[in-house]
Design a protein around this ligand. Structure first.
Ligand code: NAP
Ligand code: MG
Length: 474
């Protein structure tokens, strides 16, 4: 049993002002795995005051001073990756290879990217007699979801530190353990008091207190559209910057010259990674209509081949994060059936043999782009296959979505892949499996308005100042 009952404020582990706790449930067993404290507005006040105080000195540190801290964090992070992996596995049910691998690896990747970017980032630019200076925006509230807990926290904390901001992290109640260990890492690495603070608790209380707080200069939020909108409204009266990384319903286009069977299989098993709880998942698989039958067979085989079970065992897929998430996904699967979509693999209920835990069957439907299961983000292991007639049709379907987060194109002709990728109205398109920690990540349309990852992620945390009549040094 983990008991993470203290918050990290002003360089110290402190008890909440009013004691109140919540159980954390292991999604694989449905048993309580530990306890966290739920903070109050008074805890937020303390954390914001600490961050405000620390901003005066942290914002004035040199690039080298901040690099030293990030390098110390990196050393400590690498020492504790095993513990972080175990925490992620326990809190959100990632299979151990994934939890110990990509989950913590993403954190390491964002840290390395922040270090690389900080070495060369241009904080100043002389343009004629004007000096344009990029300065830290101030005190930042970082509000994160449970689906890739290490990715979501690190992709915000490290650029905020690198640019000279101070911060308060509000981790998700469903996955609070890895954030707690990360706070320990920052403490051991010597992050100065008040620069990083963490308060656990509910979004409605802690998140609202941060979004409305006059001493918070920006909110970086990753999560659902509903909460993203709520935060923006709450932040409006104090005119703070709000960066939103929201949901997606991304198209994965298999072009007609691609190896269809291999690509459909990879796209299908890829959809099931992390139990489909990935904002950038390629959840709409677009295949040529002339080869739909082959695609269906390949997707069925791949989905049926995804093993589901105990995260501590050797399975490809674990449970989804919570009972609520399980119920939402079941509702979508039932809706798919009642909407008349063709069920190719999986379906309602738990996989055979599993009687406990929030396990969902890897599910594939064939449908059209106007159905609810093709339009709404399910955030579970559910793939929809949609047939297209020609490239223009594929692009039309891909772009006919309220979201615009990611896209995937696979094909043999690089020029054609590039042309298709250019026409997709999303913030991030992976061509034939491309992946890059320095590529800006964020959404068009209802997928949000921010850009994180690497050097581009620094801009969320910077103000731009013009110094006119600034004579360059002779
Ligand atoms: P969520 O319900 O929006 O929660 C995200 C965070 O916001 C949690 O820490 C939550 O606290 C907090 N929160 C809740 N209500 C709040 C309020 N009124 N004010 C301020 N904060 C509040 O999202 P989720 O269910 O955890 O995550 C799933 C969603 O995130 C999906 O839609 C997914 O696509 C999206 N997502 C997007 C990206 C991206 O980069 N674009 C990445 C990952 C996930 P609690 O602890 O109380 O829940
Ligand atoms: Mg939620």
């Amino acid at each position: 049993m983990r008991e993470y009952l203290k918050f990290y404020i002003d360089g110290q582990w402190v008890a909440p002002i009013e004691p109140k706790t919540a159980d954390v449930v292991n999604p694989a067993t449905e048993a309580v795995s530990g306890k966290i404290s739920l903070g109050s507005v008074a805890d937020v006040e303390k954390a914001v005051a600490a961050a405000r105080k620390a901003f005066a000195s942290w914002s004035q540190t040199s690039r080298e001073q901040r690099l030293d801290i990030l390098l110390a964090i990196q050393a400590e992070y690498h020492k504790r990756m095993g513990e972080l992996g175990e925490a992620v596995i326990e809190e959100m049910g990632a299979p151990s290879a994934l939890g110990n691998g990509f989950h913590v690896g993403l954190g390491a990747g964002h840290l390395a990217a922040a270090i690389d970017s900080l070495r060369t980032f241009q904080f100043e630019e002389q343009r004629g007699a004007t000096l344009v200076v990029k300065e830290p925006i101030g005190v930042c509230a970082l509000i994160t979801p449970w689906n890739w807990p290490m990715n979501q926290t690190t992709v915000k904390i490290f650029p905020a530190l690198a640019t000279g901001c101070t911060m308060i992290l509000k981790p998700p109640q469903l996955a609070p353990y890895s954030a707690h260990i990360l706070a320990e890492i920052l403490h051991t690495a010597g992050v100065p008091a008040g620069v990083f603070n963490m308060v656990q608790g509910s979004g409605a209380v802690i998140g609202t207190a941060l979004s409305t707080h006059p001493e918070v200069d920006m909110v970086s939020f990753t999560g659902s559209e509903t909460v993203g909108v709520e935060i923006a409204k709450n932040a409006a009266p104090t005119v703070k910057r709000v960066c939103q990384e929201l949901g997606g319903k991304s198209a994965h286009i298999v072009l007609d010259d691609a190896n269809l069977v291999a690509n459909v299989a990879a796209a299908t098993s890829g959809m099931m990674v992390n139990s489909g709880q990935t904002c950038s998942a390629g959840s709409r698989l677009l295949v040529p209509a002339s080869r739909l039958d082959e695609a269906i067979a390949a997707a069925r085989d791949a989905a049926n081949g995804v093993t589901v079970g105990d995260p501590k065992g050797d399975f490809a897929m674990g449970p989804v994060v919570s009972k609520g998430q399980y119920n939402d996904i079941q509702r979508y699967i039932e809706l798919g059936v009642s909407e008349g979509a063709q069920l190719v693999a999986g379906g309602p209920g738990r996989p055979e043999g599993l009687t406990k835990g929030f396990y969902v069957r890897p599910t594939v439907f064939v449908t059209t782009n106007d159905t609810t299961i093709a339009r709404e983000e399910i955030f579970g292991p559910v793939l929809v296959i949609i047939a297209y007639d020609d490239i223009d049709h594929a692009i039309k379907i891909a772009n006919d979505s309220p979201f615009g987060l990611a896209g995937y194109v696979v094909g043999a002709d690089a020029a054609q892949c590039n042309a298709v990728a250019r026409r997709m109205r999303t913030g991030w398109v992976s061509i034939n499996g491309g992946f890059d920690f320095q590529a800006p990540f964020g959404g068009y349309k209802k997928s949000g308005n921010g850009r994180e990852w690497g050097e581009f992620g620094f801009h969320e945390y910077l103000e731009i100042k013009s110094l006119l009549g600034f004579a360059p040094a002779q």
